[in-house]
Write a protein that binds this ligand. Structure first.
Ligand SMILES: [Zn+2]
Length: 440
């Protein structure tokens, strides 16, 4: 049997291990880590090896300035590592634009390892002849958040988890029942997610088809994944405050002459960017509705569209979804990614960093507007609600109308049901961000 991807994987693993070694040597609280005990062929044989692999990725993510979390896709039938990705929500700005050494800045608020692996899978499965998602397992160092759970369930992956997360993890109650999720999402997650047994500790909890479900990890591997995440989260929390400039200290990028390159950059992903301004950024009008309808009409396979409105009322970006080749690429996810990545690119460029810092801020000060409320029973809705929480990242200013609005009621299910689903999500979403879907 010829080892698919093994050569590339071995090289990638070697690179990650080197990064991880560097992180362990200089990172705060990371501590000395045992070298990954992978088989030399790039194949894994048990849960312990899988846990060590994602722990190494998590250290690399933390060393790069982001959350210390990482994931890998494992082929259930061979144990081969198909692909792996670290959390990349934050990246370091280049030295010529950084205001402090190694300054981190939000790149893409949705760039969690698992969500990126799902999108990578849809972008590469035909080219690489990848197995069906149900025959693959995404191993992750930390319990998937709500967004990643929605993406994984939409794609049909199995998921294997090392460490728990009582704040934003989908299994935040720890009982593996997912009682707060709507059906049929609940059953799908219960059947496809697995929490590895710890030798001398918790028993295995989860689905039968998860890779290495019948093997265990050590308490040390669990602690490693947990502590890398905890110390990185502390570092990220203090660093990101600087990027959340309150709107009253911003220039309006829609009218400021110096912001012309900013308007041009957003028009590359959404041609109608900055062509319309709401009188009140929390009161979407008929013109914006027509803009969203046009997007749906013009996008093959799309049934919904979402716009991001900045605190000045400018329609900065919008996108329709789902993407025909990627059922997890919803309009909301695409719009949130476009705002984050475009803002990062502008801030990371010495010609535009000044105007970008003075006119763009965290999405927590703006409004996301859906053409149609997401259907409360769909896996992509779980992804959107979770993605909204991740994009806001913090307690958003609570004022009504809310930052999450829609023109039309969901195609199936009710608005009341959607609000119930949002209110029963883990604490990050229900208590910190307090997602509050409202009709325009
Ligand atoms: Zn996630």
């Amino acid at each position: 049997m010829s080892p698919r991807y093994s050569r590339r994987d071995v090289l990638r693993l070697a690179g990650l291990a080197a990064l991880a070694a560097g992180a362990a040597a200089c990172g705060p609280g990371a501590g000395p880590a045992p070298p990954p005990s992978r088989s030399p062929s790039g194949y894994l044989t048990d849960a312990q090896q899988a846990a060590e692999l994602v722990a190494a990725g998590a250290r690399a993510a933390a060393a790069a300035g982001s959350f210390g979390i990482a994931g890998a896709i494992i082929d259930n039938s061979t144990g081969s590592v198909v692909h792996q990705l670290p959390n990349r929500v934050f990246r370091r700005l280049r030295a010529t634009v950084a205001v402090s050494p190694g300054e981190i800045f939000t790149w893409d608020p949705t760039a969690h390892g698992e969500r990126q692996l799902v999108y990578w899978y849809f972008a590469n499965r035909h080219r690489l002849g990848l197995p069906a998602a149900r025959d693959l397992t995404v191993v992750t160092s930390l319990d998937p958040c709500v967004m990643c759970t929605g993406a994984l369930a939409t794609a049909g992956f199995n998921a294997a988890v090392v460490a728990m997360d009582t704040f934003s993890g989908i299994n935040f109650r720890g009982d593996g029942r997912f009682a707060d999720l709507p059906e049929p999402v609940r059953t799908r997650v219960r059947d496809s997610f697995g929490y590895y047994a710890i030798t001398g500790g918790r028993p295995y909890q989860g689905g039968d088809a998860v890779a290495f479900a019948d093997t265990a990890i050590t308490q040390a591997a669990y602690d490693d994944c947990e502590s890398v995440y905890q110390s990185s989260a502390k570092a990220v929390r203090s660093a990101r405050q600087a990027t959340n400039t309150p709107p009253d200290r911003l220039r309006d990028p829609g009218t400021w002459k110096t912001a012309a390159p900013i308007r041009a950059a957003f028009r590359r992903s959404y041609p109608e960017a900055f062509t319309h301004r709401l009188d009140d950024f929390r009161r979407p009008d008929r013109t914006l509705r027509r803009m969203l309808e046009r997007l749906v009409t013009d996008t093959a396979g799309a049934d919904n569209a979402v716009a991001f409105v900045d605190p000045f009322g400018n329609v900065v970006t919008a996108a329709a979804g789902p993407h025909p080749a990627n059922p997890a690429a919803t309009g909301f996810m695409t719009a949130a990614q476009a705002y984050g990545r475009t803002r990062f690119a502008l801030t990371d460029d010495k010609d535009t960093t000044g105007p970008a810092r003075r006119s763009l801020t965290s999405p927590m000060f703006g409004t996301f507007v859906w053409l149609t409320a997401p259907d409360p029973r769909r896996t992509t809705t779980i992804e959107d609600l979770g993605g909204f929480g991740s994009t806001m990242q913090a307690a958003i200013p609570q004022r009504r109308p809310s930052a999450f609005q829609f023109y039309d009621k969901p195609h199936r299910g009710s608005v009341a049901e959607l609000r119930q689903v949002a209110q029963a999500l883990p604490p990050l979403y229900s208590q910190l961000v307090r997602i509050d879907p409202q009709q325009v």
